[in-house]
Design a protein around this ligand. Structure first.
Ligand code: ADP
Length: 416
C-alpha cells in the first residue's frame, strides 16, 4: 500500500459494494439514527467491530455527546465501552488525527474480551472537527492498514451525513428564528394598531375640545366626552387583556376559587348584561343551575362577559340564549346566538392566542386574545370550553364546570 493511486484503489469488490451502499444511504438519509443503523449493517459485512460509537462535539470544551451507539458483537458491556470510546474520541478530536489504541501485550490471566482495540476517526463538517467515530474490537484483532483504509472511507461518508445533519439543523434554527421574528413583528404591529386606534380617538376628540377658536354646544360636548370615555375603557380593556394573556402564559395569574352557586354567578351576569346592552335580548333558563361550583366570581364574570361581547360583535342583532344542563359530574353552561356562525375549518384554531377568523373579523375590532383568555381561565376553574357552530345558523359556546363535592362546600379558602 506504499503509493496509493486513489482512495478506492485498494478495495475489494465486496468492500466497494459496501461503500456504494453506504454512500447511497448518506445521499437519501433523513435522520442520522436510522442512517447510522443502515451504515453499521453495511459496515459489518466488510469490517470487523464489536461496537461503534458516534460522538458529537457540543458547544463548550470537552462536551462529547454520544449521538449513536451500537454493540453488534462480543462482550455487550456497552456503557463501559462508551466511556472508553470517549477517551479515544477525545484524542482524535484534540489531534484531528485518527487514533489507534490497541491492548497491551496479552495477559494469559485476563479475559481476552477485556482487551479493547479502539480505532477513533475525527469527523469534519464545514471545515471544523465536529465529532468522532469510534470502532471497538473486544479481544482484537489489530487493525490492519487495509482495514484502517476502509474505516477512513466509512468515516468520510459518516462525516458527510454529519455535515448534512448540521446543515438541516442550521436551516431549521434559522427558520425558527425567522418565524419568531415574523411573529414578534406581526404581534407588535397588531398590538400597536389596536392600541393606537382608541388612542387616536381620544387624542383627536380632546384636541378638538381644546380648540380655542371653537365653542361647542352641550350636546356635542357630551357626545365627544362619551367617545373619549368609551375609547379610554377600550384602551384599558385591551391592556388588561394583554396583561392577562401574558400572566396566563407565565402562570402568574392569581385565581381564587370559592364554592359558589352557579345560579347566583349567572344571575349577576344577566343583570350586568341588562345595564350594559340596552337592545340585547337574552333568554335565560337557570332552572338547573342550582348547583355549587368552585369559581372565582370576577374571573368567571370575565369569561361570560367575553363570550357575550363576542356574540354582540360577531352576531349583531341576534337574540341570545343561556341555559344550564347537568353533565358528567358538573354542569354545562350553553350560550347560543343565531348569528352568521363560524366555518368548520376555523373551529380548531378559535381558542389559540391571536387567532381571528379572517373573513368575519374584518370590520370588527379585536385582537384574537378573548377566547384564548377564556379557555385558560376555564382551565383554571378545572373546566372545559368548546364551541359548536354552523355557518348561517349560529354559534354555541359550551362551558363545563365540575360540581363542588358536598364536603368541600364550607371550604372558603380553596385556592387554585
Ligand atoms: P377577537 O374578538 O378579539 O377577534 P376572540 O378570541 O374573542 O378575539 O375571538 C376569536 C374569533 O372568533 C373572532 O375574531 C371571531 O371571528 C370569532 N368569533 C368569536 N365569537 C363568535 C361568535 N359568537 N360568532 C361568530 N364568530 C365568533
Amino acid at each position: 500500500m506504499a503509493d496509493q493511486p486513489g482512495p478506492a484503489a485498494g478495495l475489494r469488490p465486496n468492500e466497494l459494494e459496501a461503500m456504494y451502499a453506504i454512500s447511497r444511504v448518506v445521499a437519501r438519509a433523513e435522520d442520522i439514527d436510522s442512517a447510522m443503523d443502515e451504515i453499521t449493517q453495511h459496515t459489518r459485512a466488510v469490517f470487523i467491530f464489536d461496537s461503534a460509537v458516534l460522538y458529537r462535539l457540543q458547544a463548550g470544551p470537552d462536551q462529547l455527546e454520544p449521538l449513536f451507539a451500537r454493540v453488534v458483537g462480543r462482550g455487550r458491556s456497552a456503557p463501559a465501552d462508551l466511556v472508553w470510546g470517549e477517551v479515544a474520541a477525545k484524542q482524535a478530536l484534540e489531534t484531528g488525527q485518527m487514533v489507534i489504541q490497541e491492548a497491551e501485550a496479552q495477559d494469559a490471566e485476563r479475559d481476552r474480551l477485556d482487551e479493547h482495540f479502539y480505532l477513533a476517526l475525527p469527523m469534519m463538517a464545514g471545515g471544523r472537527i465536529t465529532g468522532a467515530l469510534v470502532f471497538i474490537r473486544f479481544g482484537g484483532p489489530s487493525y490492519s492498514s487495509e482495514q484502517i483504509n476502509l474505516a477512513s472511507f466509512i468515516a468520510t461518508h459518516v462525516s458527510q451525513l454529519f455535515e448534512r445533519q448540521l446543515l438541516v439543523e442550521r436551516v431549521a434554527n434559522l427558520e425558527a428564528e425567522r418565524r419568531l421574528t415574523r411573529l414578534q413583528d406581526e404581534f407588535i404591529a397588531m398590538v400597536s394598531h389596536e392600541l393606537l386606534t382608541p388612542l387616536g380617538f381620544i387624542k383627536g376628540y380632546t384636541t378638538t375640545l381644546l380648540r380655542k377658536d371653537a365653542a361647542w354646544d352641550e350636546k356635542t360636548l357630551l357626545e365627544f366626552l362619551q367617545i373619549i370615555d368609551e375609547e379610554s375603557d377600550r384602551l384599558s380593556e385591551l391592556i388588561e387583556n394583554l396583561l392577562d394573556s401574558s400572566r396566563l402564559q407565565s402562570g402568574t395569574l392569581r385565581i381564587e376559587l370559592k364554592p359558589l352557586l352557579l345560579a347566583d354567578l349567572l344571575g349577576d351576569i344577566l343583570s350586568r348584561v341588562q345595564t350594559r346592552y340596552n337592545n340585547l335580548r337574552m333568554e335565560a333558563d337557570l332552572s338547573q343551575a342550582e348547583i355549587p361550583v368552585a369559581a372565582d366570581a370576577k374571573r368567571f364574570g370575565q369569561i361570560m362577559d367575553n363570550l357575550i361581547a363576542n356574540a354582540v360583535k360577531y352576531a349583531p342583532g341576534s337574540d341570545l340564549r343561556l341555559w344550564v344542563v347537568p353533565a358528567e359530574g358538573g354542569a354545562e353552561i350553553h350560550l347560543a346566538d343565531s348569528g352568521p356562525g363560524i366555518a368548520p375549518e376555523h373551529l380548531p384554531n378559535l381558542f389559540k392566542r391571536f387567532y381571528r377568523v379572517p373573513e368575519r373579523s374584518g370590520g370588527v375590532r379585536g385582537t384574537g386574545l378573548g377566547l384564548f383568555i377564556c379557555e385558560q381561565l376555564v382551565h383554571a376553574h378545572h373546566g372545559t370550553i368548546r364551541v359548536e357552530s354552523e355557518p348561517g345558523r349560529g354559534t354555541t359556546f359550551v362551558l363545563w364546570l365540575p360540581i363542588v363535592p358536598p364536603n368541600h362546600l364550607n371550604d372558603e379558602d380553596d385556592h387554585a
